[in-house]
Design a protein around this ligand. Structure first.
Ligand code: 7O9
Length: 486
């Protein structure tokens, strides 16, 4: 017994050391970047920056390797280990939390951008790239999202996402169209372009998540017959967490070099102080208010406990989210921190967090709403209440669907701009600061997912206890067997 206490204390010390090291990695990366490229000097050649970022790149590759087997096995094992009615309840609680918090995030963003008014109504001085136009319509994008939920081939879904393609008319077709409408400078509307589809590189995470959840439900309905599969996926999920606990130790170094390399290849820092400065600040204030006031308040009210200990325990994944700007790459570390330090039941963490990483992006929703209205302000377009509501709805939808849309970052932003008739190319107005805002909003995304898991865990505690204690390793399969025998 005392041996266990000693190992517990050792483990506790170990994990805090890791948190401190990761934070040191973030600051070390900033300092290293600035030291290698003093303010005012030219950006580094891409190749040289790549050398500096190499260790960070390796770290990111290792994390990404964990994601696919981890989410599939975790979801199947978590859903399979729960009673059907209970997994339904837990899922509903999580979805309710995601909806409420995302809507609040968008509202905060809109209130701030309308009252701060960062776009002065002239676009001089903002660096513009060549406008990139996109042919697919918003309806196409949303239907692709639904198509991606049902992949026809699971092996293909591990590497490719479906995307609708519209083909512009050939010269002859255009001429025929112009003749028909009797106007020789008319453009053919997008709706008349030829439709085809192709598979783009990038995992179809939404499809895999949907399949894994349904598969978990089926295994749980099969009772005894499904036990061997449940054991397999539970052991798989454990193995991936073991791997995570190894890779986690690379995060200080990885985060440090990722950030340093990013600083080396930046165009310039001055955009942060110029016209985009106010926009940058607006998003940053919004993210801070949402993440550190609203979400923490919500946690305190629901769980009836101060949230600071909980947050202190997830600083390590938060710092990694900042360093990698990817909430999915951070997911293994988020699960580990919640289970091992915050005592969240693995059946909750492994069920709710992969879904949260996929569809719950408060920071992204807030950012997209602010960005669209900022661009309208810069363009001198006045938006009515109806248009602002339309932006909120699309920004919410875009944040939920991002993982199911190929090339989500740009595409979803264009979708939001589209709702108020702003041209796709205007995305380029904000690209200069996007890399940094991405890091901040990813951190808030991970914070939102984690607090959500904590809240759902609290709300579901009694039901979980009724189902049987659970201690996070393969033993839980036995609980599953007991449950099915009753
Ligand atoms: C941000 F569930 C998982 F973990 F397996 C999972 C894997 C991949 C979940 C999601 C994804 C995924 O591909 N997500 C995705 C997210 C794809 C495209 C865009 C985004 C949006 O990302 C955020 C943003 O840009 O605002 C942010 N960088 O949270 O990672």
């Amino acid at each position: 017994m005392s041996g266990r206490v000693v190992t517990n204390i050792k483990g506790c010390l170990k994990t805090n050391v890791l948190t401190l090291l990761t934070l040191a990695g973030v600051f070390g990366g900033v300092i290293l970047g600035i030291a290698l490229r003093p303010p005012g000097s030219e950006k580094w050649a891409q190749r040289d920056a790549m050398y500096v970022g190499f260790l960070g790149e390796l770290f990111l590759r290792m994390l990404k390797a964990l994601i696919l087997p981890l989410i599939v096995s975790s979801l199947i094992s978590a859903v399979g280990n729960l009673d059907l009615s209970l997994s339904g309840k837990i899922g509903a609680r999580a979805i309710a939390y995601y909806m409420v918090t995302t809507v609040i995030a968008v509202i905060i963003g809109i209130i701030l951008v309308v009252s701060i008014h960062p776009g002065q109504g002239n676009d001089e001085g903002i660096h513009k790239d060549e406008a990139s136009s996109r042919d697919t319509t918003t309806a196409d994008t949303l239907m692709d999202l639904v198509r991606n939920m049902f992949p026809p081939n699971l092996v293909q879904a591990a590497g490719f996402q479906y995307q609708t393609l519209l083909t512009r008319p050939t010269d002859e077709e255009l001429a025929a169209y112009r003749e028909k409408v009797g106007n020789d400078s008319a453009e053919m509307p997008k709706e008349m372009f030829k439709i085809s589809g192709n598979y783009r590189e990038g995992s179809n995470i939404i499809g895999l998540v949907v399949f894994a959840i349904v598969f978990g439900i089926v295994i749980s309905m099969m009772k005894k017959q499904g036990e061997i599969l449940l054991q397999f996926f539970t052991a798989m999920s454990e193995a991936m967490m073991y791997l995570t606990r190894i890779v986690i130790w690379l995060s200080p170094v990885g985060v440090c070099f990722l950030i340093a390399a990013k600083i080396l290849e930046l165009e310039s820092f001055s955009v942060l102080l110029g016209q985009l400065g106010m926009y940058f600040l607006t998003v940053l204030i919004g993210l801070t208010v949402h993440g550190f006031v609203v979400l923490l308040l919500l946690y305190t009210l629901v769980v009836r406990k101060l949230p600071f200990g909980f947050v202190a325990n997830i600083v390590q994944p938060l710092a990694t989210a900042f360093g990698t700007s990817s909430s999915s790459a951070t997911l293994p570390l988020t699960i580990a921190a919640l289970e091992e330090k915050n005592g969240v039941d693995p059946r909750i963490a492994r069920f709710v967090l992969p879904i949260g990483a996929t569809i719950n992006m408060d920071g992204t929703a807030l950012y997209e709403a602010v960005a669209a209205i900022f661009i309208a302000q810069v363009r001198g377009v006045t938006l009515g209440l109806g248009q602002i509501i339309a932006i909120s709805i699309t920004a919410t939808a875009a944040s939920i669907g991002a993982a199911g849309i190929p090339q989500a970052g740009l595409v979803t932003m264009v979708m939001v701009l589209d709702t108020v008739g702003l041209p796709a190319g205007d995305v380029s107005l904000i690209l200069a600061v996007d890399w940094l805002l991405d890091r901040f909003r990813t951190t808030i995304n991970v914070l939102g997912d984690s607090l959500g898991a904590g809240i759902v865990n609290h709300l579901s505690k009694r039901e979980l206890e009724k189902m049987g204690a659970h201690d996070g390793d393969v033993i839980k399969v036995e609980n599953g067997i007991e449950a099915t025998q009753m």
